[in-house]
Ligand binder design. Sequence first.
Ligand code: SAH
Ligand code: SF4
Ligand code: F3S
Length: 462
Amino acid sequence: MQKTLPILENIDTARLPQAECDGPASVYLETYGCQMNVSDSEIVASVLRDAGYGLTHDPLQADVVLLNTCAIRENAEQRVRRRLEFFRARKRKHNTNLKIGVLGCMAERLRHKLLEQERLVDIVVGPDAYRDLPRLLHQVDETGQSAVNVQLSREETYADIAPVRYDSNGISAFVSIMRGCDNMCAFCVVPFTRGRERSRNAGTIVRECQGLFDAGYREVTLLGQNVNSYRDGPVDFATLLYRVSLLSPELRIRYSTSHPKDCSEALLEVHRDRPNVCNFIHLPVQHGNSGVLQRMRRGYSADEYRALIEHTRRICPGVSLSTDIIAGFCGETEAEHQDTLALLADIRYDHAFMFMYSERPDTYAARKYTDDVPKEVKKRRLSEIITLQKSISHENNQKEIGRIHTVLVEGASKRSKAQLCGRTDTNKMVIFDRGTLSAGMYVKVRITGCTSATLFGEVLAG
Ligand code: SAH
Ligand code: SF4
Ligand code: F3S
């Protein structure tokens, strides 16, 4: 779940507002992993601010360094470990009072290792225990001992906490609508790190979205590991989406992630009927072969998934689709791998996030199967998948040339200050000249060029 990508690089902390930067002790917060973690860091910032902590964008000025971590694949964990080593060295050499903490999914998974065996950190806090952070920090201060809370909860949704949007562009915001996951896909660590699925109260979600709109935001992304199993009493996900869409025609709504096994008719109808519910669905398939999907415990076959895509395209013409793919899952044969390539070639997604299978301890796959596809084979299969998808994305983008899109301006483009960027309804990033435009405006843009990842366009007058 990179703004719309499942896996984010570090938050650009240079954009922390100065106003947040003074306080009795200052905390530097760095976020890894999915959009859910970005949203959680905004909750952590809120809890800490309310407890009187300052936030700093400079890790070298901080009294407390907190890494909000991801455990989804081994390389995600390795990246965090390298960063922890860096801060440990800094603590040893320059600032013996520095407190280092691990939050999020690795905290849940590696609590004993991080604290007791490796003595790498002072504080370990799981995703459901962020309200306890001030007490834990205080405890470390008082006792000089490490502190931990990795208790998972069946109720916690942080519904009443107003997130501090410290890394926001002021235009698009994440709104967390549920936590945890009950799906237990064979490869996935999330149910272990985030616990049982629970939905946040619908009224608080609608109010948060209204508040964001009033503060100038023009796009919300509703977040959950499996949003289409959202339920608060009579309110299911389709109803929630519909309600949020009524707030203003000027507010665009996206969500991530929906699970193919329970993508409902009512949800597709909301897409069709509500113009501000974006014509874009991220629908992770993971694999193109039914045997592998069964081993993955995804709850659908390749044919059922293909039928769902056909149906979705019938109800929502022009819908843009993206997906997640895993290459080299346990027992994957060459023929099964070919089925993934065939599915990509048939469906022609606009975009895909593609990964090499990484065994995660305690998962069903780790307990029951053998991680038997050699690394070299996984790498080769992944690169075949990436090459194919890249060419499909490029071809799809070329078809956009000459078309006109309504784009929500998000801010300066990364490459040049003279240019702006924003996304189409269908979630494609477009770059165009700044002119007199500013962030938060909707503009009509004619597409003039593309790469596989980006469109270029010219703004139409009026
Ligand atoms: N809840 C989302 C996925 C969240 S994790 C969903 O079900 O759609 C994001 C993606 O990471 C997954 O879709 C999957 O493609 C990938 N992933 C998860 N576990 C993985 C593992 N052990 N190895 C490689 N990729 C994995
Ligand atoms: Fe993981 Fe599956 Fe839950 Fe997604 S739906 S978070 S892949 S267990
Ligand atoms: Fe997200 Fe990584 Fe946890 S993908 S849910 S931060 S394991």
